[in-house]
Ligand binder design. Structure first.
Ligand code: GLY
Length: 565
């Protein structure tokens, strides 16, 4: 009865809220800059920084901290991610702040005496937590390319956490669902609760005093506010008390890394994306190269030939991902030049049979588990600087544990390592060497923050959450814009498929693929699985002739939105 009452009350309040905040999901235009994220409050924080004279890097940092407060299922300081940065001169760089395995980690740390994964421990409980990288990554990006003082970028989030913000319907639903938790998960005990002891309702103000205190320390001390001092001490104490292995030494040793981007091309456009330890850029560029081999202008969007070809490109991209990729600091012989070359794509393309599905062979390669929740945002400024950033806690609300003294949730990113050395299964778990656990190693990711340029200017800034589906969601959206000339909102909303080599099945967004096409694809040997939604894209395009940015957020993001300047 109480639940029913809360539901109706919540619905009433949230309807007003949604009409006000969430009315536009189509295109938005801007001349001076734009932020597109999974939460409109965070997008506004970023745009306010642009208005104060900040550049895209500053706005991205402020947006990232704000998402920790307003979109805690994936926005984070307890996880990690990747940033791609295009500057106004046309130069591109990237920041890797992927989590690392703790010093006490080992390749068999998740196994019982029979060599089986013990109690899902690579996803559940504090052994699943990687050493967080987000604060180090944002701080490094700021030191290298920021314009406004660091304290000014963290300040809006300190205020948001302290004074609170209006609980949305989407966040409330998630709060109810994760608070009805497995008793082994603490989700910081009464994280979502107000002073009356109940979960804060939509339309009411949600305050996070513990998080405000942690953010204040980061605001004052920068990187050291998280990796040293009282926050580091509390992380170590909390880990020790609850079965975790992360220590102050792990935190102190963590370093974010600036890396050269991967560069590919498609029909005259340049594609920049993330190198390993994300697999996203390699797979995206390899698949775009395969599509360049096809006569795409003669293949109708959403036709049988389109779905088949795109699925076969995905199958090959994911097989190579599984065989070769891992942390570059541990895998010095990854054949990146080969995987990214047009010659390799030509050979890979030759064995695509346009009449028949290929077979994925688990005896050769496979694919690791990836979580499904992550968040992406895109930022541009008046000078043509652009940021594409994806970061994550791995699963929605990560490991669903954290110290209530610190007010943030830890990731469960250790689940992205190959958990059982040598064991590859048809369900998609693999055991190949490049991505086995080792102390201080970064686990392989699928995050694919991407910037496409034309003549050195931003053309498309794009990315998505979605675990393994990220790569394919970004791939199809880039293809939609570059090959099918779709507007950004249509490219984002258009039908998506997902094939990841293993398991050998083709997911498609139901109701968006005709029965005839499905029937033919099945006859060609594809195993089709309907799904409701693939990806939550946040994208911006730039029209250099009109000097105009156009942004769109995926309609599947309940609180997401574009804010323009
Ligand atoms: N945890 C999802 C990814 O990194 O791909």
């Amino acid at each position: 009865m109480k639940k029913f009452y809360s539901f109706n009350r919540a619905l009433g309040i949230s309807l007003v809220f949604l009409i006000f905040f969430n009315s536009a999901k189509a295109q938005t235009y801007a001349e001076n800059g734009m932020v597109v994220s999974d939460n409109v409050i965070a997008s506004q924080v970023g745009v306010d920084i642009l208005k104060k004279g900040g550049n895209a890097v500053d706005a991205a940092i402020a947006t990232a901290f704000a998402l920790e407060v307003t979109h805690p299922e994936a926005g984070n300081i307890g996880g990690g991610g990747f940033m791609v940065f295009l500057n106004s001169a046309g130069d591109v760089t990237t920041f890797d702040f992927r989590e690392k395995a703790p010093l006490a980690a080992s390749p068999t740390m998740f196994l019982d005496e029979n060599g089986k994964i013990k109690d899902n421990s690579n996803h559940k409980g504090l052994l699943a937590v990687g050493v967080p990288g987000t604060v180090a990554g944002l701080y490094l990006a700021h030191q290298k390319y920021g314009k406004l003082p660091w304290a000014d970028l963290v300040k809006p989030s300190v205020e948001l956490a302290k004074k609170g913000f209006t609980m949305s319907w989407g966040l409330y639903n998630a709060a109810v669902s994760v608070s009805d938790r497995d008793p082994s998960e603490d989700i910081m005990k009464d994280y979502f609760h107000g002073e009356n002891g109940e979960i804060v309702k939509p339309g009411e103000t949600w305050k996070q005093p513990a998080l405000a205190k942690t953010l204040k320390l980061i605001q004052k001390h920068g990187r050291d506010g998280f990796y040293k001092g009282e926050v580091a001490q509390e992380i170590e104490d909390y880990m020790k008390a609850n079965g975790g292995i992360i220590t102050k030494e792990d935190l102190e040793k963590y370093e974010a890394v600036e890396r050269e981007p991967l560069k590919g091309s498609f029909n005259g456009y340049d594609i920049y994306s993330m190198p390993p330890p994300s697999s996203g850029g390699v797979a995206l560029i390899e698949m775009m190269n395969l599509m360049e081999e096809a006569n795409i202008s003669e293949i109708e969007f959403n036709s049988t030939a389109y779905v088949h070809l795109v699925a076969e490109a995905m199958r090959r991209g994911f097989a190579d991902r599984a065989e070769f990729l891992g942390d570059p600091d541990f895998n010095l012989d990854m054949p990146l030049d080969k995987l990214l070359s047009k010659d390799f794509a030509k050979k890979r393309f030759e064995n695509i049979n346009m009449k028949k599905a290929s077979i994925s062979d688990p005896a050769q390669y496979g694919h690791p588990y990836d979580g499904t929740n992550t968040t992406h945002f895109s930022v541009v400024d008046k000078d043509g600087n652009a940021i594409s950033m994806t970061y994550t806690l791995e699963n929605s609300y990560g490991v669903k544990m954290g110290s209530s003294k610190l007010g943030f949730i830890f990731n469960n990113e250790m689940g992205d390592f190959n958990p059982v050395p040598g064991e590859t299964t048809t369900t998609g778990q693999i055991g190949s060497n490049p991505n086995l656990v080792a102390p201080e190693k970064r686990m392989l990711s699928s995050m694919t923050p991407t910037i496409v340029t034309k003549d050195g200017k931003p053309y498309l800034v794009i990315g998505s959450p979605g675990g393994r589906t990220i790569i394919n969601t970004v791939f199809q959206t880039v293809l939609n814009v570059l090959a099918y000339d779709m507007r950004i909102d249509r490219a984002i909303e258009a039908m998506k498929i997902h094939h990841q080599w293993l398991p050998d099945r083709l997911l498609y967004e139901q109701n968006l693929l005709s029965p005839d096409t499905r029937d033919t694809l099945e006859k060609m040997g594809h195993t089709l699985i309907p799904t409701t939604n693939i990806g939550v894209l946040m994208g911006i395009t730039y029209d250099a002739s009109k000097k105009l940015y156009t942004g769109a957020s995926d309609s599947s993001s309940e609180d997401g939105g574009v804010r323009a300047y």
